[in-house]
Design a protein. Structure first.
Length: 281
């Protein structure tokens, strides 16, 4: 299996490609990368960071890849800094995804109920178009509400996550929404609401440890891609990815690491890979 991850490189603060490449590779899957931007740190919780847009470099990269005849079983996109980069991802899918391959979109646009400052409603509409080209989308709840044209506060108050899922299915047949808080009588749990390949809506929840922690969505999406590429059943892939993310959050909190530096998933990797190997047999 060969995966292409399209995302930015944030040199400090574990997220985007610095999360995707090691996790997907550790799953036993070849992972190539297409960087969309280079930042000294990510933009959440840091100031004074450097930013270099790599859009001008991408056409030459893709032309070289075409000359090599590269094709991918999975393409997964993450942070895209402009509408032009959204258009680029569509072209990459057309040119480089194998017939029968899987396109996964992480529609990075916001978190904690707020859209990131440099995005606007036009960008959201274009992202909806990209989601229509995908087989699977993995938004957090904020991004899911933006895509579904629903109010984040209202959805959280009513725990109306299944309606969000229903609206997302009009864009993509297999949405997987992370960061949904659900009350179970004993407290609050963090849930993933998703639709499987047979069109059945499902939910998987884990202990809610706290947060928010930067990069948690990237850890989940990367682990999910790695599991699916290894042939793990979708239900098991969601469980493995969610558990790995929860364990990484717990380790980060135990270590006392600042949330802006991302999740300490490294020490949780061995247990995750053992579980993956068992599920992939």
């Amino acid at each position: 299996m060969r995966v292409l991850a399209i995302n930015d490189i944030s040199c400090v603060g574990k997220c985007s490609l610095t999360v995707a490449l090691p996790i997907i590779s550790a799953c036993g899957v070849t992972c190539d990368i297409l960087p969309t931007a280079l930042l000294s740190t990510h933009t959440g919780g840091f100031t004074g960071y450097t930013f270099r847009d790599l859009s001008e470099d991408i056409p030459a990269i893709l032309a070289h890849w075409k000359s090599l005849g590269l094709k991918y079983d999975y393409i997964v996109s993450g942070y895209l800094g402009s509408i032009d980069q959204i258009d680029m991802v569509r072209s990459v899918k057309d040119d480089f995804l194998k017939e029968g391959g899987t396109m996964i979109v992480d529609p990075v646009m916001g978190d904690n109920g707020k859209m990131y400052a440099h995005f606007d409603d036009k960008f959201v509409q274009e992202m909806k178009g990209l989601c229509r080209c995908a087989d699977v989308i993995v938004p957090n709840l904020t991004e899911a509400c933006l895509l579904a044209d629903m109010d984040y506060g209202d959805v959280c108050a009513a725990e109306n996550y299944r309606e969000v899922l229903d609206k997302l299915k009009k864009l993509c047949p297999r949405p997987s929404v992370t960061g949904c808080d659900v009350a179970d009588g004993k407290g609050t749990r963090s849930a993933v609401f998703y639709t499987d390949g047979n069109g059945k809506d499902k939910v998987y929840s884990t202990e809610k440890i706290g947060g928010p922690f930067h990069g948690a969505g990237d850890v989940y999406a990367s682990a999910l891609v790695g599991c699916l590429a290894r042939g793990v059943r979708e239900d098991d892939a969601v469980k493995l990815a969610a558990d790995f993310t929860k364990n990484s959050i717990a380790q980060t909190k135990k270590d006392g690491t600042e949330a802006r530096y991302g999740l300490n998933s490294e020490s949780c990797m061995y247990a995750f890979l053992r579980a993956l190997d068992g599920a992939a047999k």
